[in-house]
Design a protein around this ligand. Structure first.
Ligand code: MEV
Length: 313
């Protein structure tokens, strides 16, 4: 019996998180060293409608029907069924495995959804375009996060660096010189939905101030785009530092993130900042060629639970 497999990478926001929710641009890149993988196989012995889910990373081994009503997998399956106009799937087994840390700002939820949506569509013999995968993943993201910008589903579905503005056609970035990022995990899990809603509350009571911070972040993103496309790419470093300072003003950094950011700068990173929702999760540092291991090791000595080295190309 053939199995239909699909995968989606993790992601890092290079610059522009949070401001992107309010219509300012962001740059996001895939992180191919981690991934979510979904496999779908027909279950010929099971009664029609049986939808078995195995997700050992989160201790799931059960029928979809046994999951609580608000479980995001219900939404995911409904989104795919609605897209194809089917009332139910033939009996199947969906297996999900992911190496992307959960609630860490690396796009784990979006990648799991994108991989599962693609695998389910392939199982039906109706493969989706990357744009369709992104749109359907966005529907699940809305259910999970309330008010996502759409950047996470876009970068994981297309698996390419993107310049993203909410509700506008996404643009791929052409990278002049490949560059390395070192990613450091505080090990503190943080729900993006909660941090986005915290920023929303602060924004509602101090709108002018928050808009001015978002605007500054937006202009850093535009400068970074020019450097990525024309070089010299290492000059993005100071823009990342400035972006981190703006994120601190929004109240989305933390002692642990600041500590790792400092540790990376101390050993020569061109720039460093938190990445993703913040208040925990991961930070990123821009490294000169050959310096990646040194920065990763400094991050681990400073308390990072994991480090990843990735090249953006
Ligand atoms: C999360 O990866 C990025 C945020 O800007 C939220 C979003 O864009 O939906 C914090």
């Amino acid at each position: 019996m053939p199995a239909f497999a699909a995968y989606a990478p993790g992601k890092a926001i290079l610059l522009g998180e949070h401001a992107v929710v309010y219509g300012y641009p962001a740059i996001a890149v895939p992180v191919n060293q981690v991934e979510a993988r979904a496999t779908v196989q027909a279950d010929l012995k099971a009664p029609t409608g049986r939808f078995w889910i195995e997700a050992p990373d989160v201790d799931l081994d059960c029928d979809l029907q046994d999951l609580p009503e608000r479980h995001p997998l219900h939404r995911l399956v409904q989104v795919v069924q609605d897209h194809f106009g089917i009332a139910r799937f033939p009996a199947l087994r969906l297996r999900i495995k992911s190496t992307i840390p959960v609630a860490a700002g690396l796009g784990s939820g979006a990648a799991v959804s994108a991989a599962a949506i693609q695998a389910l569509a392939a199982f039906l013999g109706r493969p989706l375009t990357k744009g369709q995968v992104s749109n359907l993943t966005f529907e699940v993201e809305k259910f999970l996060h309330g008010n996502p910008s759409g950047v996470d589903n876009t970068v994981v579905a297309f698996a390419q660096p993107v310049f993203f503005v909410r509700d506008q056609p996404m643009e791929f970035l052409s990278i002049k010189e490949p560059f390395s990022l070192v990613i450091g995990d505080t090990g503190i899990s943080s729900s993006t939905a909660n941090v986005v809603s915290y920023v929303r509350q602060c924004w509602s009571s101090h709108q002018a101030y928050y808009e001015s911070v978002f605007e500054s972040i937006g202009s850093l993103v535009k400068k970074a785009r020019t450097l990525i496309e024309n070089g010299p790419v290492m000059e993005i470093g100071p823009l990342m530092n400035e972006n981190h300072a703006q994120l601190q003003k929004l109240g989305v950094s933390s002692q642990e993130l600041d500590h790792l950011v400092e540790a990376a700068r101390k050993v020569g990173a061109f720039g460093a900042k938190l990445s993703g929702g913040g208040q925990g999760g991961n930070m990123i540092a821009l490294a000169a060629a050959g310096q990646e291991e040194k920065i990763a090791s400094a991050l681990r000595s400073a308390g990072a639970k994991h480090t990843i080295i990735t090249t953006v190309r």
